[in-house]
Structure formats: C-alpha cells, structure tokens
Design a protein around this ligand. Sequence first.
Ligand code: T3D
Length: 262
Amino acid sequence: MTEIVVYEVSDGVATVTLNRPAAMNALDVALKTALAGALRRAADDNDVRAVLLTGNGRAFCVGQDLREHLALLDAGDPAPLSTVRDHYNPLVRAITELPKPVLAAVNGVAAGAGLGLALACDLRLAADSASFTTAFTRIGLTADSGLSWTLPRVVGLTRATELLLLSEVLDADRALADGLVHRVLPAAQLAAAAGELAQRLAAGPTVAYAAVKAALAFGASHDLASTLELEADLQGRCGVSADHAEGVAAFVGKRPPEFTGR
Ligand code: T3D
C-alpha cells in the first residue's frame, strides 16, 4: 500500500514527504494524522538532527482537502472547522517546537494551510515553479495554521494584510522578494540543494540550534528584559554541551568542528 507520508532517515536527516500527489497533497484527516506521526517520530529519534519537509508531485500542499470539507458541510457536521484545533494547531506546534531545524523544500504550489506549514518551518527553499497563496478568504475563511502569527513576522504587517485579504497567487521570484522563502532554485535542483542543506544542519550543533529556535519564538512575543533572561538560561545550557566544547577547541585548533548533537 502506498504510504500517504513517506518517512526516510539518512545521515541524520528525516525526510518527510507528503504523498497524495493526485490530490496535490491536500490535507485530509489521514494525511494530517500521518504527518503528525512523522513529526513525532523525528522529534523522538536522537539520531535525527534535522527534518526536511517536502511534497511529492506538482504541489507542495494545497491546504485543507476541500472535497473532504465539503462532505462535512453537506452532512451537516456541527463543527466542520474543528480540524483547526484537532489537527492544524498541533501540526504547526509540532514543527515550530521541534528542537531540531526543520527545512521546507517547496516543490510546487503552497496554499492555505500548506503555506502555513511551510512558514512554520525554519528555512524554506523553493523550486522556481513553486507558487504561494494564502487562499483562505477566497473560500470565506480567515487565516489558520499560524499564518496570522508567522506571515506578519515574515513579510511585515502591511504585506501580510494584503496577502490575507486578497489571496493573490505569488510566483517563486515574488515570494523570494517578499522574504517568504530563503532561496529559489531550478526545480530539477531543489531536492539536491535541500538535501545538502539539511545534511549540513544535521551535522551542526543541535543543542544550539534548538536554543536559537526557542529564543526566537520567545523573543517574538516577550519584552527585551525577559528575552535576555531566556538567552542567559539557554546559553548556560549550550555552554555545557559537548558541541560547545568541540566548537571552541576546533576554532582554537584551527580545524573544522565535529559536532555530535549533544
Ligand atoms: O476544514 C477547513 O476547511 C479548515 C481548514 C482550513 C485550512 C486551509 O487550508 S483552507 C484553504 C484550502 N485551500 C485552498 O483554498 C486552495 C484551493 N486551491 C486553489 O486555489 C488552486 O487549486 C491552487 C492555487 C492551489 C492551484 O491552482 P492550479 O491552477 O495550479 O490548480 P487547479 O487546477 O486549481 O487544481 C488542480 C486540481 O487540484 C483540481 O482538481 P481536478 O479538477 O484536477 O480534479 C482542484 O480541484 C484540486 N485542488 C486544488 N486545491 C484543492 C484541490 N482539491 C481539494 N482541496 C484543495 N485544497
């Protein structure tokens, strides 16, 4: 049976591939549940030190499966939007709180919650054929999957408001200019470039990377004084890590560091 999410580990990188290509990786309950399981697996596996999220086929992810959603509406489901709390919120937190770098390789269109998942990732590489849209207001919905939090931080409030109200479709170059993605590559080179970057992150100081993620998330909604305190705590934790000792010894010894992720 074809797996709806393909999970592969190699050289410290867990590659998580959304695998409903015929449905443009639209998120039905099965895909959301399988994705949550894959993210949990990556978080729990000490041998995994970076995660790469991508899609199979011509889409990265077109967000909620609207056929499934329409069936709920037609059936008179009393809470058709309960998936936001049940699935989308936990998925976004699973990515943002995962104590390892998460890289999105946006291989095609990212729409609605698909864009939300991409923006929850720490780094985003995109194929030159990729496109991006918030999509929500076109179907009479507001932002979910964290976009009202991530999007203004990524593109600024003015542009985020425009993207959410108008739901225009951006091509990859425009997404790069807006800062939605870090790099755009020819489609044929995306997988290799993303794999290379993920491996570089997997060979890095995992404890320090986790601390960077935690500090940025905290600083985004706390004042400077509280953030300075958290930085001091986190730096204390990094300071006793094996990778800190290795990094300093390697610098002074004029050799490349060999980080072990501890
Ligand atoms: O439960 C809840 O609803 C709450 C949760 C909300 C989270 C969300 O994500 S809401 C937002 C849902 N997503 C969208 O509204 C995006 C809808 N899709 C589009 O706007 C466009 O398809 C795209 C801009 C993504 C891509 O356009 P294009 O021209 O490249 O492709 P297309 O021709 O529109 O679509 C190709 C096929 O994919 C088509 O099916 P067909 O005709 O080949 O059988 C289309 O219906 C299907 N498709 C695209 N998006 C979805 C979808 N099928 C189900 N759900 C989709 N989201």
